[in-house]
Design a protein around this ligand. Structure first.
Ligand SMILES: [Zn+2]
Ligand SMILES: [Zn+2]
Length: 168
């Protein structure tokens, strides 16, 4: 019998193998077999990146990608956060830049989908970008007249109607 299969058998027989504190915890939700296989494919393709489970899909610079265990768009969002990492999206100064990096990340997601034989969901990407557009719009409305302000810097808005500068 090859040594490697003996090792995995040992693992199966000892569910608390990784940590002794696991025994007292409730069973955790697991990735579906398909999503797990896809995750492993991405981990292998990008050995420099770190993948960890969390409540939400998030990219934390410079190398960590958090993934949600239960999400209907698991492969797409995993590739999207990977796109942020590959594009070195470490910081952004204005909300307009945030929208730009999201658009760039979705473009990169599209090519990653091709590379990893995943369908790219145009509507989902567009809906996701729209939430940023709405957020951007809300964020820049003048609190006095309701007009859209100019974003002077990450902390300063200027209302062309009131001719006033706002700090946020
Ligand atoms: Zn994003
Ligand atoms: Zn105003």
């Amino acid at each position: 019998m090859p040594a490697s299969s003996a090792f995995s058998d040992n693992l199966r027989e000892n569910p608390s193998f990784s940590s002794s504190s696991d025994a007292s915890e409730k069973p955790k939700p697991r990735l579906s077999a398909d999503n797990l296989a896809f995750l492993n494919k991405i981990i292998t393709a990008f050995p420099d990146l770190v993948f960890k489970p969390n409540k939400k899909f998030t990219f934390r610079p410079k190398k960590t990608i958090y993934y949600e265990i239960k999400n209907d768009h698991f492969p797409l969002l995993l590739l999207h956060e990977t796109a942020h990492a590959l594009l070195n999206h470490y910081s952004f100064d204005t909300s307009l830049e945030r929208l730009t990096i999201e658009r760039d990340a979705w473009e990169k997601t599209r090519s990653l989908c091709k590379k990893f034989a995943q369908p790219f969901d145009e509507d989902f990407a567009e809906a996701n970008l729209n939430t940023y557009r709405d957020w951007l719009h809300q964020k820049t409305l003048c609190k006095v007249c309701g007009l859209t302000c100019l974003e002077v810097s990450s902390t300063t808005l200027f209302c062309p109607f009131c001719q006033k500068t706002y700090h946020r």
